[in-house]
Design a binder for this molecule. Structure first.
Ligand SMILES: NC(=O)c1ccc[n+]([C@@H]2O[C@H](COP(=O)([O-])OP(=O)(O)OC[C@H]3O[C@@H](n4cnc5c(N)ncnc54)[C@H](O)[C@@H]3O)[C@@H](O)[C@H]2O)c1
Length: 309
């Protein structure tokens, strides 16, 4: 049995990874400050502490533990919101990551996994994007996630690090009330409320959607995989889906093919389209995405409909 620290344990991805680690027989200590996370997301067996990662002294709460690895997912996670309060985004995403790395160094914690984002790329060509692509983030969120990633790299001579540039994650457990983060969850919100879907930007934009279980399996496989030490990976499905295709699929699977859609101005500095080159992560981790968008949407919609019953 190993002991892991999961930051952002009350959030969508942090809670799902923690659940899997517990299922695999490990101990999970979790921290969160509930800025977007929820108490009810935290799995029962997690030993939880309310900690704000941007306050280094609050990490002292964890001094009695010896961690085998830190899985760092806590963040301000919305590109749109990063423009409302840029200093806060910087404090949480950049300083918060630095605080955790310093904590690892001081406590001789030798493994650190970091949730970076596809937002570090900015606008790119319409082809699968590899990790060697020049980074040029458009949103403050992308800038601070890249700063976090670069702090992680700066510690990689002392700590075994792995960063995942995560693409668009969706699936059960996602926050269905936050209409500023998560393209699929935002569109499903309008179906759930039986309101016209408000699409911010062009229907020709495209994304690479990855189902939550595939994200969890990549993270858990990477923890003890030496090939992942020091690596930065794209974590996506490798499949491109346009907004128009997505909306048609959702409408069909929801059972409301005529659902009304309204297009409005895009959000500031939104990326037009991006798709991951996933060859390196598939090879190194012997991992592949198991759930395609058709199946993933069916699972997600079933969960959303059960919620509203
Ligand atoms: N969901 C996606 O599609 C996606 C894509 C790319 C990257 N990511 C990254 O993955 C990670 C998890 O994202 P998510 O979708 O689960 O988001 P989420 O908002 O559900 O989870 C983030 C968690 O971090 C917590 N948090 C925020 N500020 C904190 C602070 N100062 N101290 C402690 N906890 C704090 C929040 O309360 C929340 O529980 C984030 O780092 C995000 O940037 C997510």
């Amino acid at each position: 049995m190993k002991t892991y620290l999961v930051t952002g344990v009350a959030g969508f991805i942090g809670s799902a990874i923690s659940r899997k680690l517990l299922e695999n027989g490990h101990k999970v200590v979790g921290i969160d400050n509930f800025s977007t996370g929820f108490h009810h997301n935290i799995p029962d067996d997690v030993e939880f502490f309310e900690v704000d990662i941007s306050e280094a002294n609050q990490l002292k709460t964890l001094n009695n533990f010896t961690f085998n690895a830190v899985l760092h997912l806590a963040a301000q996670t919305s590109g749109e919101i990063s423009f409302d309060d840029p200093p806060k985004d910087l404090l949480i995403n950049a300083l918060g990551t630095l605080n955790l790395l310093e904590y690892c160094k001081d406590h001789k914690i030798n493994r650190f996994l970091y949730a970076s984002s596809m937002a570090v790329y900015g606008d790119v060509e319409d082809k699968p994007i590899s990790i060697s692509q020049h980074t040029n983030p458009k949103s403050y969120y992308g800038i601070t996630k890249l700063a976090g990633e670069q702090y992680v790299q700066a510690f990689s001579d002392r700590i075994k690090t792995t960063s995942f540039r995560i693409f668009n994650v969706y699936g059960p457990g996602q926050n269905m009330q936050n209409i500023k983060q998560g393209m699929i969850s935002i569109y499903l919100y309008y179906f759930m409320k039986n309101k016209p879907v408000l699409v911010k930007g062009s229907k020709d934009r495209f994304r690479d959607f990855i189902y939550i279980d595939d994200v969890v399996s990549a993270w858990t496989k990477a923890i003890d995989e030496p090939k992942a030490y020091g690596a930065i990976y794209n974590l996506g499905s490798g499949v491109k889906t346009t907004v128009e295709e997505l909306l048609k699929l959702i409408a069909k699977k929801w059972g409301d093919p005529e659902h009304s859609i309204e297009y409005t101005e895009g959000t500031p500095k939104d990326m037009f389209g991006i798709q991951a080159d996933t060859k390196p992560i598939m090879k190194d981790l012997d991992w592949k995405p198991e759930t395609d968008i058709e199946e993933g949407l069916s699972q997600f919609i079933k969960w959303v409909k059960d919620l509203s019953d």
